[in-house]
Design a protein around this ligand. Structure first.
Ligand code: SAM
Ligand code: SF4
Length: 335
């Protein structure tokens, strides 16, 4: 193996300074696009990272250049020791953020403030109670919706994640963008991605063009403002003139952003995943428990990262179910 100057830089020169840590495979919702109807095989508890291991492994990544950590899952807030984990990670002085379904957020407002967690991505795929029940298989719309408002009122930077599925919620695009008129929130329309057991197919995708067409038809083409892409962008961003908030389109499937990818994922059972689409995983928890150095393993995982979508170079390859049926369900990866 060619020597890497930095263990987090891959063969294409992509620097991975953004670590997404999944804290759990469990969740208090059952979103159909994320969790197969038969559930998932949960990793036995003793094979999951404990709070101390999360901290110490994260510290190794930070020592090698990670400066941004996102906590995800499953639902990260269902972990009993969430506060303890947050408290310890705060000492690493990175930018801390979380992706949550929002159901338990009201219990953690003070902890988020105390430990400097300001950036919150909240997943809410519909503004209809009935549809929420249908997609999450749980009747918790009010909790999620009210907690979104609670976060905004408390000054958190809130991004709303919406997985768009043709025929299910694509008729709510304009209603979501209307939220940005008075709320300083960023709406992010995410393309439905294929994972094991989630009945994905290409016809369920809602394209960027369709989103923009609905937007301009309603608000008028002159009112749509294209914003500058952020560094290492995943989202193509826009706003409606005069609105407080913004919206973005994340086309991970049809128009991916692999060239500037700076993300690396650590699953709750201590495996490094170098790409969301890849089924290749590197166990670092076992080595860590054996008191071996994990840096070489991390370097190898980064070195193996493929240029585009974990090796699915063409959009057509995605149509082949064999290409993604070996990939874990999103619930056990950490989106
Ligand atoms: N439970 C938390 C939540 O829902 O925000 C965090 C974990 S969830 C796996 C992280 C993100 O992945 C969510 O925004 C969710 O909408 C997204 N996600 C899950 N399955 C997806 C899929 N098949 N396609 C696109 N996004 C997906
Ligand atoms: Fe749970 Fe989030 Fe997956 Fe929905 S998207 S089942 S809330 S982990």
């Amino acid at each position: 193996m060619q020597k890497q100057d930095n263990i987090l830089t891959d063969t294409l020169g992509r620097k991975h300074n953004y670590l997404r840590i999944s804290l759990t495979e469990k969740c208090n919702l059952r979103c159909t696009y994320c969790m197969p109807s038969e559930g998932v095989q949960l990793t036995p508890r003793q094979h999951l990272m404990n709070a101390d291991e999360v901290y110490k492994i994260a510290k190794v990544f930070v020592a090698n250049g990670v400066d941004k950590i996102r906590l995800t899952g499953g639902e990260p807030l269902v972990r009993k020791d969430f506060k303890e984990i947050l408290k310890r990670l705060e000492t690493l002085k990175t930018t801390l953020s979380i992706t949550t379904n929002g159901i338990l957020v009201d219990r953690f407002i003070d902890d988020f403030k105390t430990y400097g967690l300001k950036n919150i991505n909240l997943s809410l795929d519909t503004l209809s109670k009935e549809k929420f029940h249908h997609i999450t298989r749980r009747n918790q719309f009010d909790k999620a919706y009210n907690n979104m408002h609670l976060l905004i009122e408390n000054g958190f930077k809130v991004k709303l994640n919406i997985v768009l599925i043709k025929g299910f919620n694509d008729n709510e695009i304009v209603n979501f963008i209307k939220l940005t008129k008075d709320l300083p929130v960023v709406i992010r329309f995410i393309e439905f991605m294929p994972f094991d057991g989630n009945n994905w197919n290409k016809s369920k995708l809602v394209t960027q063009n369709e989103i923009l067409e609905q937007t301009t038809n309603y608000f008028g083409a002159n009112e749509l403002i294209k914003l500058e892409n952020e560094k290492n962008f995943t989202s193509r961003d826009y706003k409606i003139s005069g609105h407080r908030g913004e919206f973005g389109i994340i086309s991970s499937v049809s128009n991916p952003f692999c060239d500037g990818c700076n993300r690396i994922r650590l699953t709750a059972n201590g495996k490094v995943k170098n790409c969301l689409f890849s089924n290749n995983e590197t166990d670092i928890l076992t080595a860590f428990r054996n008191q071996e150095s994990i840096e070489e393993l991390i370097a190898k995982a980064i070195y193996k990262k493929l240029p585009v979508r974990g090796g699915m170079n063409s959009f057509e390859q995605l149509n082949d179910p064999k290409q993604h049926s070996n990939n874990r369900s999103m619930i056990t990866i950490g989106g």
